[in-house]
Ligand binder design. Structure first.
Ligand SMILES: Nc1ncnc2c1ncn2[C@@H]1O[C@H](COP(=O)(O)OP(=O)(O)OP(=O)(O)O)[C@@H](O)[C@H]1O
Length: 250
């Protein structure tokens, strides 16, 4: 599902002061594209994601998806945050199947078979009866992603989902995300302030700046997949993005 962001502006007022979080944002995301929003803290990445999700209302401008104007949250757009949005009282299997049986599109047995197949693919077959508190951060994140994928959410909005995970697991999760994204052709908008993560994942990197929050540049990533972090092209492109970003505090 494509997303079209047109002339979006958003301000917040605190203590009688108006703060422009986003100014005149225009962006088109193609169906099935993986876009990374990259920029310094406070440039409005999360605010933009919440607007796309329909969790926040813009002061001006509109956002459209494949069905029309976005004016609230929808099952078409799934959120994955840094804090894992799993139900602590449900085991892994019940967490990933949550919503599937309610939708009633397939039989219980078919849903169960699909859930088990996906858990197996991401190495969680032995944990299907475990509860969230028994899993590592990376495992919980995989469960959350699988739940969205099984629900065929056409747009995934991911807000620094791997930032609390250690580097090795983060790389593995990024690789898995690419794998499932390709299989499902989901549209993904992924917020990060890690240049390496954006270069590894994105079709396009949207470079943002702050005061006011705005889009500074939109850069296509010219690297073929699977991407090799240690390759000359990868490192050179990473340098290019860092130069475009300029110097900013994380
Ligand atoms: N509900 C709110 N009320 C007041 N100000 C807000 C609100 N939400 C966001 N802001 C302000 O808007 C600006 C953009 O915030 P946002 O969280 O979108 O930035 P970000 O780029 O995601 O930052 P980070 O990388 O630190 O998460 C910040 O200065 C923030 O303080």
């Amino acid at each position: 599902m494509a997303i079209d962001i047109k002339n979006i502006s958003k301000s917040f007022t605190t203590k009688d002061k108006e703060f422009i979080a986003l100014e005149d944002i225009n962006l088109h995301v193609d169906d099935g594209e993986l876009i990374c929003l990259l920029g310094p803290s406070g440039c409005g990445k999360t605010t933009l994601l919440r607007l796309i999700g329909g969790l926040e209302e813009a002061d001006s401008g509109e956002i459209y998806d494949g069905r029309g104007l976005i004016d609230g949250s929808s099952k078409d757009r799934g959120f994955i945050f840094q804090q894992y949005s799993l139900f602590p009282w449900l085991n892994v299997l019940d967490n990933v199947m949550f919503g599937l049986n309610l939708a009633g599109e397939k039989s219980k047995e078919e849903n169960l078979a699909a859930a088990e197949r996906y858990l197996d693919r991401v190495g969680l077959a032995d944990f299907k009866y475990s509860y969230p508190h028994e899993l590592s951060g990376g495992m919980k994140q995989r469960v959350a992603i699988i739940r969205s994928l099984l629900n065929h959410t056409p747009v995934l909005l991911m807000d620094e989902p791997f930032s609390a995970v250690d580097m090795l697991n983060r790389h593995s999760l990024q690789e898995q995300l690419i794998g499932v994204w390709k299989r499902f052709e989901t549209t993904i908008i992924f917020v990060t302030h890690d240049v390496d993560e954006a270069v590894y994942l994105a079709d396009k990197i949207v470079i943002m700046d702050k005061k006011p929050g705005r889009i500074k540049d939109i850069v296509e990533v010219p690297l073929e997949r699977p991407r090799q972090r240690e390759s000359r092209e990868f490192l050179d492109f990473q340098d290019e993005i860092e130069k475009l970003l300029g110097i900013w505090e994380l």
